[in-house]
Write a protein that binds this ligand. Structure first.
Ligand code: FES
Length: 685
C-alpha cells in the first residue's frame, strides 16, 4: 500500500495538532500576555515596581539586608536586579524563590511575590512549563520545536506546493466554500499569513531550552576558544566584600548601566556574576558579562556585548525578539497577532476535523429491485422506442408519482435512468421510452437492439427527483425531444387534477416526436403546443415568446437535452423568472473534450491509501483498478447513486445531481464524473 509523502505529512500534521494543540494554545496565549509584560507589569504591580523618583540610593547590602529581614525564612539571596530608572524599585530574589521589592532610596521593603506567582509569574510558569520543576524547560522547548517543524513547517509544506501548482494568488479566501471545506480554507489562509511570525517565536523560544544548542552556537561562531568559567582559588570561608563594593567595580566596566543583574555564586568558591546592559546597548538583552572575585573584587573575566561571539549575540537578540523587547511596537504587534492566531488556528483545525467525523450524508434512496417482463416494445418515433414493463405474475407494481424514473439494468450490466411516461396511478404497468443516443455509451443501443418482448429486465422501484410542486397554481411544462417522457406523465397528472397548465413540446420534426398521437387524442390536447423546427433561431424566438408572460405563482418544469434546457433557463432568467420557480430533470449530460482533465490523487481515509486518478479516467474507474468499488448507476452525475463524502480537498463538480448549495459545501461529490480542483481529495471510504 503506497501512502504519498504529502499524505503522511497531512496525517502527521493532524495527529500532532490534535494531540499537542491545547498545549500550544496555552503557550501562545500566555506568550501573547508575556509580550507586554515589561509595559504592563508596572501598571498592574505599581506599588511593588514603582517608587518616588530618587537619586541617592542606599548601599545594596542595606537593601538586601532589609529584604531578608522582612521575611526571616527567605533564605539566602540569589539574584539582584537594578534598573537605572529613578522611579524603579530594586528587586532581590531569595532562595525561597520569591522576589522582594525594595525602595532603593529609603530601603523600605515594598512587598514580595512568588517568582512564578501573580498574573505575570503564573503566565511565565505556564508559558515555559516551570510548574514541571525539573524538566519544564526541556518540555517547553520540545513542544516549541514540534510545533515549529510539524505544524508550521508541515502546514507550509502542504500549502505551498498546492498554491504554486494552481498558480493561485499566495493567499486567497474562498468565500463560496461552506462546511468542512470552509473551515479548512480559513485554517490554511490564516496559517499562511501568520506562519513566519509564529515560526520565529517558536524557534527563538526553543533556543532557550537546550543549553547544548546554545553552546554549539557560541563555539561555532567564536573567533577564539571561550574562556573557562572563572572559579575562585580561595578558601570557601574567605571573607566576601560588600555587594555594593562589587557593584561599584562592575560599574567601572560598564558605567551607569540601563539594567543590571547580579547573580550570586552558586556555591562557595564561585565568582559573582554581573550581567550589565550598557547605555548604548542595541536592546535590553544585550548583556556585557563580568565575573568578579567576591573576596578581592578582582575582575576575573569581562566580555563586553560587542565581543561576544556572533552566536552569543544572535542568541541574546533572538531572546529579545521572543520576549517582545526588540524594536518596540510594530514587531510586538505582529507577534501579538501571531500568538493570538494560534488559538484561532486550533479552533478552525479542530472544527474542520470534527466536521469530518460527522455521520455521512443519508444514503441515496434505498434500492429495491424488481424483475419485470417486457410486455410490449413499440416504435414511438424515429430512434425512440417504448417499453411496457409488467410484473411477470400480473401483480400490481409499486406506485409512482409524476416525474419518477426507474433505474434500468440494460443488457451488458450498465444501469440507466428512464422516466416513466404512463399516467401516474397506473399500477399494472410501467412505461418508459428510450431514444437511441448518438454517440451512445451503450445503454440505449442495448435497449433498442437486445431487449425483446417477453424478456425479463431488472429495474429499481420508482424514484422521483423531479416532483411537481403541490402548491403551484399555474404550471408551464416544456419538453425537448425525449424529455417528453416525464413531462407527459406530469401533464397527465395535472390534467387529472383539473389544474391550470400548458405544455410545449419541442422536437426537430413530427417524425422525431414521440407520443404525438396519444397527446392529440388526450383530453388536454388543447393545452399542448408543438414546436417542430430544426432551426435554432426559430426555437429561440418561440422560447422567448412563451416565457414572456408569467405570474408569480407559475412554476416551470423542463426536461430535454442539456443544451436545450440551458437555452430555456437562460431565456427564462432574462424574462425575470425566479430560480426557485424553475425545475428540471436531466436525462444525460453532454460533455466535451474541453473538460480539460488533469491528473490528481484521492486518499482513502480508512486505509490511508493514495490512488492516482489519471486525466483519462474517472475516480470510480481509478478506484476500481485498485480494488475499491463504489456503486454507480448513470455514470454521468445525474442520478446521485455514487455520491461520496469528501473530507479534505476541493472537488470540481461536474454533476447535475447536487444542488448549488450542496456543491458549494464541497463536502461530497459524484466520483463517476466529478474531479478535483485540489491536488488531493480525501474521501470518506
Ligand atoms: Fe449517477 Fe454518479 S453514478 S451520479
Amino acid at each position: 500500500m503506497r501512502v504519498s509523502l504529502r499524505e503522511r505529512i497531512r496525517q502527521l500534521h493532524r495527529v500532532i495538532g490534535l494531540s499537542i494543540g491545547l498545549f500550544v494554545v496555552m503557550v501562545a496565549v500566555t506568550g501573547a500576555g508575556m509580550l507586554f509584560r515589561e509595559s504592563l507589569e508596572p501598571v498592574v504591580y505599581h506599588g511593588l515596581l514603582k517608587v518616588e523618583s530618587c537619586k541617592n540610593r542606599l548601599p545594596l547590602d542595606t537593601l538586601i539586608a532589609n529584604a531578608s529581614a522582612s521575611n526571616p525564612v527567605a533564605g539566602r539571596p540569589k539574584q539582584v536586579r537594578i534598573y537605572a530608572d529613578a522611579d524603579s524599585s530594586t528587586r532581590v530574589l531569595f532562595s525561597d524563590n520569591r522576589w522582594y521589592y525594595v525602595n532603593p532610596c529609603t530601603g523600605k521593603v515594598l512587598g514580595n511575590e512568588d517568582r512564578y506567582g501573580g498574573l505575570f509569574g503564573t503566565m511565565a510558569s505556564l508559558h515555559s512549563f516551570q510548574f514541571l520543576k525539573k524538566n519544564g524547560s526541556v518540555f517547553a522547548g520540545t513542544l516549541a520545536l514540534t510545533f515549529a517543524i510539524v505544524l508550521v513547517g508541515g502546514g507550509l509544506a502542504l500549502w505551498i506546493p498546492e498554491t504554486l501548482r494552481k498558480r493561485r494568488r499566495p493567499v486567497t479566501i474562498k468565500p463560496k466554500l461552506t462546511g468542512r471545506a470552509h473551515w479548512l480554507s480559513l485554517h490554511k489562509t490564516l496559517g499562511a499569513y501568520v506562519s513566519l511570525i509564529v515560526l520565529a517565536s517558536a524557534l527563538t523560544g526553543a533556543l532557550q531550552s537546550f543549553q547544548f544548542v546554545r553552546d554549539a552556537l557560541y563555539t561555532l561562531t567564536a573567533s577564539k576558544p571561550p574562556a573557562p568559567s572563572p572559579k575562585l582559588v580561595v578558601r570557601a570561608d574567605a571573607q566576601s566584600l560588600p555587594v555594593e563594593a562589587l557593584w561599584q567595580r562592575a560599574q567601572a566596566l560598564v558605567p551607569q548601566p540601563k539594567y543590571a543583574r547580579i547573580r550570586y555564586p552558586g556555591k562557595p568558591g564561585d565568582a559573582f556574576n554581573f550581567d550589565l546592559v550598557a547605555r548604548d546597548a542595541p536592546h535590553i538583552n544585550a548583556f556585557s558579562v563580568a565575573s568578579l572575585d567576591s573576596s578581592t573584587g578582582k575582575v576575573l573575566r569581562f566580555t563586553p556585548y560587542s565581543e561576544n561571539s556572533l552566536g552569543h549575540r544572535i542568541y541574546l537578540t533572538a531572546l529579545a525578539f521572543h520576549y517582545g523587547w526588540l524594536s518596540g511596537g510594530f514587531i510586538q504587534l505582529l507577534q501579538l497577532i501571531g500568538m493570538l492566531s494560534v488559538p484561532v488556528l486550533a479552533y478552525l483545525g479542530i472544527g474542520s476535523y470534527l466536521r469530518g467525523k460527522r455521520p455521512p450524508p443519508a444514503p441515496v434512496s434505498p434500492r429495491t429491485t424488481l424483475a419485470l417482463k417486457v410486455a410490449r416494445k413499440a416504435a414511438e418515433a424515429e430512434n425512440i422506442q417504448s417499453f411496457e414493463l409488467v410484473d411477470p405474475a400480473g401483480k400490481a407494481l409499486p406506485p409512482f408519482t409524476a416525474g419518477s424514473h426507474l433505474d434500468v439494468r440494460v443488457p451488458g450490466g450498465k444501469v440507466r435512468q428512464y422516466s416513466l411516461c404512463n399516467p401516474p396511478g397506473e399500477r399494472h404497468r410501467y412505461l418508459i421510452a428510450v431514444m437511441r443516443a448518438e454517440p451512445t455509451r451503450g445503454g440505449s443501443r442495448a435497449m433498442h437492439e437486445q431487449v425483446k418482448e417477453g424478456d425479463l429486465i431488472e429495474v429499481s422501484t420508482p424514484k422521483n427527483h423531479f416532483p411537481l410542486v403541490k402548491s403551484a397554481k399555474h404550471s408551464l411544462l416544456i419538453a425537448g425531444g425525449i424529455g417528453i417522457t416525464p413531462i407527459l406523465c406530469m401533464t397527465e397528472h395535472l390534467a387529472g387534477l383539473g389544474a391550470d397548465f400548458k405544455m410545449h413540446y419541442f422536437a426537430r420534426s413530427p417524425a422525431r416526436a414521440a407520443f404525438v398521437d396519444r397527446i392529440k387524442r388526450s383530453k388536454f390536447a388543447d393545452r399542448v403546443f408543438f414546436h417542430f423546427t430544426e432551426d435554432e433561431k426559430q426555437q429561440r424566438i418561440d422560447l422567448a415568446a412563451l416565457l414572456q408572460t408569467h405570474g408569480p405563482e407559475m412554476h416551470l418544469y423542463l426536461c430535454g437535452s442539456e443544451a436545450f434546457m440551458n437555452a430555456v433557463i437562460d431565456t427564462a432568467l432574462q424574462k425575470g423568472w425566479r430560480k426557485d420557480r424553475m425545475h428540471r430533470e436531466y436525462f444525460s449530460v453532454e460533455r466535451s473534450e474541453s473538460d480539460n482533465n488533469v491528473e490528481f490523487e484521492v486518499t482513502i481515509t480508512s486505509t490511508g491509501k493514495t490512488i492516482c486518478v489519471p486525466a483519462d479516467k474517472t475516480v470510480i474507474a481509478a478506484l476500481a483498478d485498485s480494488g475499491i468499488h463504489i456503486t454507480a448507476s448513470c455514470e454521468q452525475g445525474v442520478c446521485g447513486t455514487c455520491v461520496t463524502r469528501v473530507l479534505e480537498g476541493e472537488p470540481q463538480h461536474r454533476d447535475v445531481f447536487l444542488s448549488d448549495d450542496e456543491k458549494n459545501r464541497n463536502d461530497r461529490f459524484t466520483p463517476c464524473c466529478s474531479r478535483a480542483n485540489s491536488r488531493t481529495l480525501v474521501l470518506d471510504l
